[in-house]
Design a protein around this ligand. Structure first.
Ligand code: FEO
Length: 135
């Protein structure tokens, strides 16, 4: 069983964004798998980098949509993204400076944050973006 499973309950009703969320879930699962398999720190580091790069891409995508369409919740939503990136960068630094143990802590953070953010903050923009024709 996957570490985190995407299901319809996490859908924001916009396929392009759901696909990006699925990809984030998939990268977190591959980090979990790599850890379980005892992969090297080098391999884990590459997955963590992939995750942080993809999160930046995904957040930019959401932020551009919200900003360009004048969504009123843009500022507070972006602030959540920014906090997340700060935290992930911290984890990346700790990970490269110490042991892989930090990755376990990181996985839990990623899982909790993503579930909460997608199901709460992201879902708030759904009716607005859908009404603007975003698919
Ligand atoms: Fe899908 Fe706001 O991140």
């Amino acid at each position: 069983m996957a570490y985190i499973e995407w299901s319809a309950e996490y859908s924001v009703g916009i396929k392009s964004i759901d696909d990006q969320h699925k990809k984030l879930f998939a990268i977190i699962n591959s980090l979990h798998e790599a850890m379980k398999a005892g992969k090297s720190k080098d391999v884990l580091g590459k997955i963590i980098k992939e995750l942080s790069d993809y999160a930046v891409f995904h957040f930019s995508n959401e932020e551009n949509l919200m900003h360009n369409l004048l969504y009123t919740g843009y500022g507070s939503h972006k602030a959540e993204h920014d906090k997340f990136i700060v935290k992930v960068v911290e984890y990346e630094k700790k990970f490269s400076a110490s042991s892989t143990v930090i990755a376990i802590d990181m996985l839990q953070f990623l899982k909790d944050w993503l579930f909460k953010h997608v199901n709460g903050t992201d879902k708030k923009y759904s009716p607005f973006l859908i009404s603007k024709g975003i698919k």
